[in-house]
Design a protein around this ligand. Sequence first.
Ligand SMILES: *[C@@H]1O[C@H](CO)[C@@H](O)[C@H](O)[C@H]1NC(C)=O
Ligand SMILES: *[C@@H]1O[C@H](CO)[C@@H](O)[C@H](O)[C@H]1NC(C)=O
Ligand SMILES: *[C@@H]1O[C@H](CO)[C@@H](O)[C@H](O)[C@H]1NC(C)=O
Ligand SMILES: *[C@@H]1O[C@H](CO)[C@@H](O)[C@H](O)[C@H]1NC(C)=O
Ligand SMILES: *[C@@H]1O[C@H](CO)[C@@H](O)[C@H](O)[C@H]1NC(C)=O
Ligand SMILES: *[C@@H]1O[C@H](CO)[C@@H](O)[C@H](O)[C@H]1NC(C)=O
Ligand SMILES: [Zn+2]
Length: 517
Amino acid sequence: MHASHLGVLLSGLLVSAKSASASSILFSGGTIIAFDRATNSLDVIRNGSVLVTDDRITSVFAGSIPPSSVSIPSDVEEVDITNKILTPGFIDTHRHGWQTAYKTLGSNTSLVDYFNRFGEFPTAANYPFTPEEIYYSQLAGLYEALNAGVTTTLDHAHGTFSNATSSASFQASIDSGARVFWAYAFHELENYPLSEQFAHYRSIFTEAPHLNTPTTLGIAYDGFGPNPNQEIISTIISLTHETNASVLTTHSVQGPYGITNSPEDFAAQSLFTSIPPTTPIVFSHASFLSAVGAQLLRTYNHTISITPESEMHYGHTHPTSHLILDRASIGVDTHFTFSTDILTQTRMWLQSVRRLLYAEVLNRWQVPVNNPMSANQAFLLATRNGGLSLRREDLGIIAPGAKADLVIWDGGTGPNMWGWRDPVAAVVLHGNIGDVEGVVVDGRWKKRGGKLTDERFEDVKMKFAEVARRVQDRVVEAGVGLPGEGERFVVSGLEFGNSTVVDVQVGEGDGYGGLFL
Ligand SMILES: *[C@@H]1O[C@H](CO)[C@@H](O)[C@H](O)[C@H]1NC(C)=O
Ligand SMILES: *[C@@H]1O[C@H](CO)[C@@H](O)[C@H](O)[C@H]1NC(C)=O
Ligand SMILES: *[C@@H]1O[C@H](CO)[C@@H](O)[C@H](O)[C@H]1NC(C)=O
Ligand SMILES: *[C@@H]1O[C@H](CO)[C@@H](O)[C@H](O)[C@H]1NC(C)=O
Ligand SMILES: *[C@@H]1O[C@H](CO)[C@@H](O)[C@H](O)[C@H]1NC(C)=O
Ligand SMILES: *[C@@H]1O[C@H](CO)[C@@H](O)[C@H](O)[C@H]1NC(C)=O
Ligand SMILES: [Zn+2]
């Protein structure tokens, strides 16, 4: 081998050996959207630096010369972020990672149709995923999240169809390197009794494959109301204590749906005071949350996850959610049907709240003069509020002591980001996933130079493509199953109604075309 080639090789090896042992990264010269705990607000530092040591942010300072109190390790990895924006990673507080393989099958689905075709129960009964299918579906879904700058996900993991699929979903979460609050969903399935689910959850906890990774173990359950089963619930409460569950989450969709799981249900069963104080409760959607429910959330310090796009796509809506933003964060939900990134969700939520509150003024025949919700508030919902939903003061912020979960936004290559002055507005209102140049979780690179760093990337891409094709064939074959004449919604017993279809086309037909499956 030619000597200079050897030299290149050797220096390559040295570089990689150095970065493998380096436990610190110094980002410098960029705009940092930091958080000031003293003033409880965002703090924009222009030409600032962030020092990461292992999994934590150890220092945040203006300029590139550290103050005398900060020592920079000699083997630090220096990353120049001049002209770029550094933000905390986004936090998604509601998602079902295993469903990635259903992508595009639900483009015009309704909640009723979803329950019949794509939910945990029809899937388990009619076309259960194999462990391999769950694994790649979950992993590909987490790649999607990481690629989009989402570093933390609360996964309501209801792909728990057997011990093997449950373990596969958990293992994929761990293998992704993302920060996953993986909430084992307990549900009544024909072929997988609850007793076995509980035993398996305990065995996962004991075996602890997630030890020393950013993934934690939590619980999901949707049977708190109406008609709760006391015995099951008391087992679940015991399990939260036994395993110090990192989160307890439930789907709450009230109104005509009647899938209550409401704060009132929790209060009626004294559940707020019987779970461990370290276990936060996240009520996903909280559609039709009442004033009393909101008060309970404030009293007991629990939160809701607003999933703006899903609540519009499916029709559970969110008529009161804007009134409880002090106890709210943002989630995605069934990302096989729509966008997977928290940035898009947050922007949709911001603009829909504005529309709603402007309408209140217009409806009194007045002309709105001020703007009801700020880009800053939207940014906080997507970041710090997610951390607070998970009772984690160290997530969703850039501040000393916080976890090193970071996103580098390319501040100017794309014309969409040219000319910004306010970096918060630039990200919230002008940014897109294409601007996410780098992602760090727990102090480790997950995306760099615009590409995911996972060495299994190509392999996962191929395996997932096969899995998605297989899974989709099964569902398409089974066909669409809208409810028949005279049927009622099973939970609330209410009648079904048709929405007005607005599709229209110049010429023949109404534009309500077929699905291109
Ligand atoms: C950033 O701060 C450093 C001092 O810490 C200074 O040398 C440098 O010129 C500054 N860069 C810009 C673009 O202002
Ligand atoms: C599932 O796991 C639990 C706990 O380890 C065990 O008791 C049960 O037998 C397992 N079920 C099967 C079918 O292997
Ligand atoms: C329970 O977990 C929380 C973090 O979720 C941690 O702060 C606490 O120390 C744990 N408690 C026990 C008893 O392990
Ligand atoms: C609620 O929980 C958050 C997150 O842990 C914490 O910052 C806050 O102080 C708590 N508030 C109350 C009133 O306990
Ligand atoms: C909704 O409209 C379809 C098509 O016109 C019809 O077949 C169905 O019975 C209607 N459903 C209800 C609940 O009215
Ligand atoms: C979605 O579109 C297909 C094809 O046009 C139709 O058969 C199906 O009923 C629609 N589903 C819903 C829930 O509207
Ligand atoms: Zn959901």
